[in-house]
Design a protein around this ligand. Sequence first.
Ligand code: GLC
Length: 420
Amino acid sequence: MNLDEQAREILRRNDKGGYTVPTHGLYPYQWNWDSAFAAWGFATFDLPRAWDELDTLMSSQWDDGMVPHIIFHKSDPGYFPGPEVWDTGQTPPSSGISQPPVAAIMARQIWATDRDAGTERIKALYPKLVGWHRWWHDYRCTFGPAAITHPWESGRDNCPDWDIGMADVDGSGVGEYTRRDTGHVNPEMRPGKADYDRYIAMLQYGRSTGWDQAKIVAGGPFLMADPGITFMLLRAHEDLSAIGRELGQDVSEIDSWATELRSALPLIWNDALGAYDARNLRNDAFAGVLGSGAFLAYLAGAGNPKLDAQLMRAWDAVNYGIPSADPESEIFDPRRYWRGPTWPVVNSLIALGLTENGRSELAERLRSETADLIRKHGFYEYFDPVDATPCGGADFTWTAAIWLTWAGNETENAQQKGAA
Ligand code: GLC
């Protein structure tokens, strides 16, 4: 089987009927942003299935507009913390936080592959996407940039960006629990016990409020501005606005969210670091950490010469893809979850931005380095950017998806087939 066929096979195998699991074993449910990438991948060979994936994702939307980070369609004892731990009282059962809002970005890409076939589908999704973006604006952007109430909300779960916020979380009273992740993959690649206790403490706080998002933002143990989500949301607002305009809708509200968010970008620019940086919203302190969240700026057309210099420095210090943390800093750990490795899926978003910002040579370099990793070792969750060691879960949905839409595309970039 060639790699295209293998990638399609992975998507089909991880398809649980209307939704796709990120990988069997480690992640047995529907994850929010994974699903949006899965849809993008399906769009290369089964367009109706691509729209179904987004429909299933958006059908988990809460009344307040939030689309949760995990949807527990069928209970699976192999995962912790499961539905009974989150205890959100939702149908379908779900977690109580969100995840990077990339669905509108992907919906626009998918629609562009066949306008006629997609118009009815996107029309049905549009109001739900608007509701979710409004939720981000109302509940997470009250300080300006997009905030997260739990590191898992960022999608870059335990990157060093969150260390200063995590330090203030007391994980000592969480009680006994059994982790499942370390039974599926090498514990060396996963977060340590002290961090896990804090993740659970934040979850327990949310549960104690009955998942009242305003209360969690006002008084929860963790609240940080996330450059990664800020840029993905900004880009998604702009894509959603473009979709709305094409559907003949009044998009002024969406445009106002985008304008507000763009004007908040100076708040996450750390001049001392020479880059966008995460910020603890409880005391305004910067994380002082360069990570892949900053480079998502290109996706929102928010690059600048200082950031360019940081990108080249960090990228040239490794061999494969953009590292999730600065390879020249002490915290760099090339195989530990989000603390150094490269994620093909993040590379695909950065490349999309680079191409649109007229940096096609850089985008091509990123594509070819990412493709090398997949060619050498297969569709892993993430990779060591120094020596290409495959890490985390195998046969990963979103790695297969971005192979089909972007990384495996030798001659022409997926972006050129993308949104007009
Ligand atoms: C990990 C990642 C997160 C992803 C999930 C499923 O938790 O950090 O971004 O959505 O796995 O792949």
